[in-house]
Design a protein around this ligand. Structure first.
Ligand code: HEM
Ligand code: CU
Length: 542
């Protein structure tokens, strides 16, 4: 978690630099030529390192909490952690080295790093080490599960452990694509061992991983919403069986949808894009189920606390508790992000927003808020428990989720609107800015200012969070009364209300693999049929 929050701090500072630079509000920090290094740093540090280091922290906690035992070998746990850390440091060095003139590093390849962009080998080597670290982390948790299983034959898998198992199985399938991309193509290319790669193939391998990774960001948030949020609202989880169904659906459906990121790619047959779109729309189902279950659990909690009425119960929720408020606000933003995601996923309407600022507008609601704000909020609850230290600067913590919510409301809203107006993403020099002189509602200038103000509030929110965490970290142990207790109540409908087949994780894994083969088998075959290193011949005359 410490590494995760460090990545958040640096990433958030880069965020405000970008937001002010590309809106032309303040350009003193970087030159436009450095914009891509900064953007790569922001994407990699936040989307890959902040989120996934946090995941390893909370899953390690969840494994030992739900199984009621320590992980089998602290030394092994330390090995995967150090591997991930050294990989992350290598990758970050490659990125930021590019900003310092004399150092021969460069990695302006963005967090989507597919060919034909090329980075210094250190960038890919670091990513590979970091990835292997996550695989070993999964092995660590699965090993703990097997030990528990030997002592508890026939028992239902504890819910948190079930979520960790399905998430990691999804991760093993998904990362296969990016591992092949990095180890067989990008790393050899950057080392000069091979001369060319097939850009379509490496993009396809990247997006094979690039969609499921979004669930790797979301699963820790879902994990918190299902197992901790009900308690924070004063109640219990509405349904354990529904939670299991949701995680199984994610395991099965996350990977065979990657082509929805390649709607604009020539060389991917239309029919397979259509299959990806259909699967994507099915993938909305587990998110709707989650909305239902989580809100039902919150309503139950609110009514336990004396809330009444159709909507009046909302007032009975503990909005002054930063852990609760952060999770709940993150959930509300996630609903908005889901709606703009449906637009992204539509094969035809996608061309309206493809590569515009709409897309960052969308994913700052999902990973940038649903995941990020939940991770921050749950830390307010979890960190004092792990350390036995009382949360410091409680007043700042109470305000922080609202600052983030308002900042993101402004930034994301204006990004969506600017995208519809055709403003591109990923550029330091967006056009259109010289035409307006007054920030009239709906003008380019107004949208740019909204992005700048929202982005500044967001960075303020991140700094407030880090202040609370650093203060708590440095505080003395055991002074004052702790505001938390770690007991998680039983669900209203428990695991015994569901068929045992839900726990047959092996079966769901096999089904997931079969679906991936159906979705990807033919397209990948056709890309490599003419040699894996040749750019594929497009299926139409050029
Ligand atoms: C891109 C600002 C937090 C993930 C961007 C862009 C801006 C921005 C303005 C668009 C740049 C462009 O397309 O030219 C901010 C600010 C933040 C913040 C001010 C406040 C701290 C986050 C968080 C995450 C995140 C918490 C994820 C956990 C990303 C990603 C990109 C991005 C993945 C895309 C990078 C690319 O296109 O390669 N951010 N952001 N951001 N942001 Fe953020
Ligand atoms: Cu996707």
């Amino acid at each position: 978690m410490g590494v995760s929050f460090t990545a958040l701090t640096i990433g958030a500072l880069l965020g405000i630099v970008q937001a002010l630079h590309r809106t032309n509000v303040f350009r003193g920090v970087i030159s436009s030529a450095d914009y891509y290094s900064v953007l790569t740093g922001h994407g990699v540090l936040l989307a890959l390192f902040f989120t996934i280091f946090f995941l390893t922290g909370i899953f390690t906690w969840g494994t030992s909490r739900s199984l009621g035992r320590e992980l089998p070998s602290p030394r092994f746990s330390l090995v995967w952690f150090l591997l991930m850390l050294s990989g992350a440091v290598m990758t970050a060095t490659a990125i930021f080295g590019g900003l310092v003139g004399q150092i021969p590093f460069s990695a302006d390849v963005l967090y989507t790093f597919y060919a034909p962009l090329q980075a210094h080998p250190l960038f890919y080597a670091g990513l590979a080490a970091w990835l292997v670290g996550t695989w070993l982390a999964g092995a660590d948790w699965i090993r703990a599960y097997y030990h528990w299983r030997q002592d508890n034959p026939g028992e239902r898998i504890p819910l948190q452990m079930f979520m960790i198992l399905t998430t990691m199985l999804m991760w093993y399938i998904a990362t296969l694509g990016v591992a092949v991309e990095v180890v067989f193509f990008l790393l050899p290319l950057s080392l000069g061992l091979i001369e060319s790669v097939d850009p379509l193939l490496t993009r396809t391998l990247f997006w094979f991983f690039g969609h499921p990774v979004v669930y790797f960001w979301l699963m820790p948030a879902y994990f918190a919403w299902y197992t901790v949020l009900p308690k924070l609202s004063g109640g219990r989880l509405f349904s354990d069986p529904l939670a299991r169904v949701v995680f199984i659906l994610f395991l099965i459906l996350s990977t065979p949808v990657g082509f929805h990121h390649q709607y604009a790619d020539p060389g991917v047959p239309e029919g397979f894009k259509f299959i990806a779109m259909t699967n994507t729309m099915f993938l909305l189902l587990p998110s709707f189920l989650t909305a239902f279950t989580v809100v039902a659990s919150m309503e139950y909690g609110a009514r336990q606390r004396g809330g009444t009425g159709y909507l009046g119960w909302l007032k009975a929720l503990p909005w002054g508790n930063p852990a609760f408020a952060g999770c709940a606000l993150a959930g509300i933003m996630f609903a908005a992000g889901g709606f703009s995601g449906i637009i992204n996923a539509g094969m035809n309407i996608n061309s309206l927003i493809h590569n515009t600022l709409w897309v960052p507008g969308h994913f700052h609601l999902t990973v940038g808020t649903a995941s990020a704000l939940t991770m921050m909020a749950i830390s307010y609850w979890l960190y004092p428990q792990i350390t036995g230290k009382r949360l410091q600067f409680y007043g700042i913590a109470q305000v922080q989720p609202y600052v983030w919510f308002i900042g993101m409301g402004l930034m994301s809203n204006a990004m969506h609107r600017a995208g519809l107006a055709g403003v591109p993403r990923r550029t330091a020099e967006p056009q259109y800015q010289q035409f307006d002189f007054m920030p009239v509602l709906g003008s380019m200038l107004e949208m740019r200012l909204q992005i700048a103000i929202g982005g500044s509030l967001l960075t303020l929110g991140a700094v407030m969070f880090v202040l609370v965490m650093a203060g708590t970290w440095l505080a003395e142990r055991g002074r004052g009364r702790l505001r938390v207790d770690s007991h998680l109540p039983e669900p209203i409908s428990g695991p015994s209300d569901s068929p045992r087949v839900l726990d047959n994780v092996r079966l769901w894994f096999v089904i997931a693999v079969v679906l991936v083969v159906i979705a990807y088998g033919f397209p990948i075959y056709s890309m490599v049929a003419d040699g894996a290193l040749n750019p594929a011949a497009p299926p139409f005359p050029v």
